[in-house]
Design a protein around this ligand. Sequence first.
Ligand code: PLP
Length: 413
Amino acid sequence: MLTKDKKTYDVDFIKSQFPALNRKVWDKPLCYLDSAASMQKPKMVLDSIVNNYSVNYSNVHRGLHFLSEQATISYENSRVNVSKFLNASESEIIFTSGATAAINLIAYSWGNTSLKKDDEIILTIAEHHANFVPWQNLAHSKEAKLRIAYFNPDDEFDIEEIKKLATDKTKLIAFPHVSNVLGTIFPVKEICQFAKEIGAISFVDGCQGAIHFGVDVKNLGCDFYCFSGHKLYGPTGVGVLYGNYEILDKIPPFLYGGDMIDEVKINKTTFADPPLKFEAGTPPIVPAIVLGVAIDWVNTIGLDKIFEHEKKVIEYGFEKLDSINGVNIFGKNKNKAGVISFVMDCAHSHDIATIVDREGVAVRAGHHCAQPLMEAFNLVSTTRASVGSYTSFSDFDRLADSLIKVKKIFGDL
Ligand code: PLP
């Protein structure tokens, strides 16, 4: 229903469902190229937020009245929806406040009980801070070692970079599904397989993966996978942690309080089984319910069709930007998902972002929460254009035209 004839990919029809994409900024139609930071929301999702707060709202898991039962059913149905989306079982899906919270949950719960002095954690140089700082902090507090897998941003990630760091002390390999700066797609299945072979657990930061292509956690063989709702056309305040049930069952809770218990006695408390063991307190009720609606919306088009479209747009954008003298793409590997980062000879990325913004073009500029990557390649910042289901070729035409304006302003034309 999102494509008029259900066969061709109708980007204008898709875009028409996003109120924000049909507004003006600085008196110009908005050209939104910041979807990796947060995806815009379709009307179906926005309507569901209003509906679930206005007439279907109540707390979950604790009321016997009609509204509470309805809210609980919707909340748990959303968990079923997410579990199908990732091909997991419902008991392996934990709602968190976001991907950052999901990573911290495992860093505390698994890390504090399973990691010992001199153990080793392997990360890649392309981590978002969310998948770097919690593990770094854990390593420091446990006197464990962090080992970093480097790679050339212009090439595919080579699993050998991880293999050569592995030792019998490696306990965890954490890495992104897709780099939020380079768009590099990581060989998730191979890395998870390798982690298994050496007896380590695997944690996939799927923030920039699950929003572009279908994820089957069983097929990938990962122990943990996380993503944020707001990057998948859903609301802020909700994220998903998938965890292998056997591990979830063994590790302790992260937060303690209501809703995560089995029985509380004055001297002892027993805990609920996963996933509720990890969902202490009132959860993000409406955001979690609406995340299920966002998944429904995505499924009406199909992530495979969305990704096919996004790939063409990224290829087009890559050629367009690459053809401008003085624009240097960071990560020349063309097999990328979602993002194109670049620097310009004539201007700082903050100036670029400010100037193109006045043309109605929204891009991100800065270190993209990936300072280790920036440092490794002697960069302070880049400008990043990123795409979603609603992005069209003409968005990159607008960006390219506004970059010419940047060149004129800085005397590079
Ligand atoms: N990991 C990656 C690759 C990201 O791109 C982001 C957000 O930009 C995060 C983690 C953190 O997500 P959140 O801020 O929604 O927790």
